[in-house]
Design a protein around this ligand. Structure first.
Ligand code: SAM
Length: 220
């Protein structure tokens, strides 16, 4: 696990996910935050999962496992990777009808998983939790893509604050969420995300809903 000077910020980005907060997560994240702050339809995110999840899927930054539980893609085995043991336990319980493996790992570091072993990988609502510029966060793209077979899919959503329409409630809330380290997206821009995706994935797609970017790419 990381010991860099950033480790306090990395820790803060996952610290809110606790046994007593996770039961409220779906309500707060999808009924309130997605509607009022991020202004992204949850149905768009589910559709992204439906388009991209393969039978051997890796999910990094798992939360409660909501999207894997609610998408209709043909999942068989699911590997859950997260820095937070409570998120891992919660999501694994919810998805226990699949063949589930859990791995505790920091997505900013190489993942302790076999390279090129998955058909698809998601990192949904993860990048805005991890510290650093989009350029720093792009290490997550590399670490996740390394686990996916060439031709496989990687995808996710992240909340941006620059070059996207940030609504009035979000403009009030984001600074305090960033100060507390719950979110780390004060400098995250659409053009930086586009640059990092283009540098790695010749085939990629980026769509914006509210202040949320949804990205999908083929691993070369
Ligand atoms: C906002 S939740 C997203 C959950 C889920 N993917 C979703 O779309 O609802 C962020 C998740 O990422 C995890 N996380 C935050 N920082 C991380 C890091 N550096 N490495 C791995 N997981 C991290 C948190 O523990 C949490 O489970």
């Amino acid at each position: 696990m990381t010991t860099s000077p950033r480790s306090k910020q990395v820790h803060a980005g996952q610290a809110i996910y606790r046994p007593w907060t996770l039961p409220l997560y779906d309500l707060v994240a999808f009924k309130v935050n997605c509607r009022v702050l991020f202004r992204v339809p949850v149905s768009e995110v589910i559709a992204m999962f439906d388009r991209n999840v393969s039978p051997e899927h890796l999910d990094v930054g798992v939360g409660t496992g909501y999207f894997l539980a609610n998408c209709s893609a043909p999942q068989r085995s699911i590997t859950l990777a997260d820095l937070n043991e409570h998120s891992l336990r919660h999501a694994a319980r919810r998805l226990s009808h699949f063949d589930v493996t859990t791995v505790r790992a920091n997505a900013l570091e190489p993942l302790p998983l076999a390279e090129r072993s998955f058909g698809s990988a998601s990192m949904n609502f993860l990048l805005h939790c991890v510290p650093g510029s989009i350029r720093d966060k792009a290490r997550v793209l590399d670490n996740v893509a390394a686990c996916v077979r060439p031709g496989g899919r990687i995808f996710g959503a992240t909340v941006l604050t620059k070059e996207v329409p940030v609504g009035p409630v979000a403009r009030v809330m984001f600074p305090s969420l960033n100060r507390r380290g719950v979110m780390n997206n004060a400098e995250d821009s659409l053009s930086d995300l586009r640059t990092e995706l283009a540098a790695r994935f010749p085939e990629h797609k980026l769509a914006v809903h509210g202040c949320t970017a949804l990205f999908e790419a083929e691993v070369p």
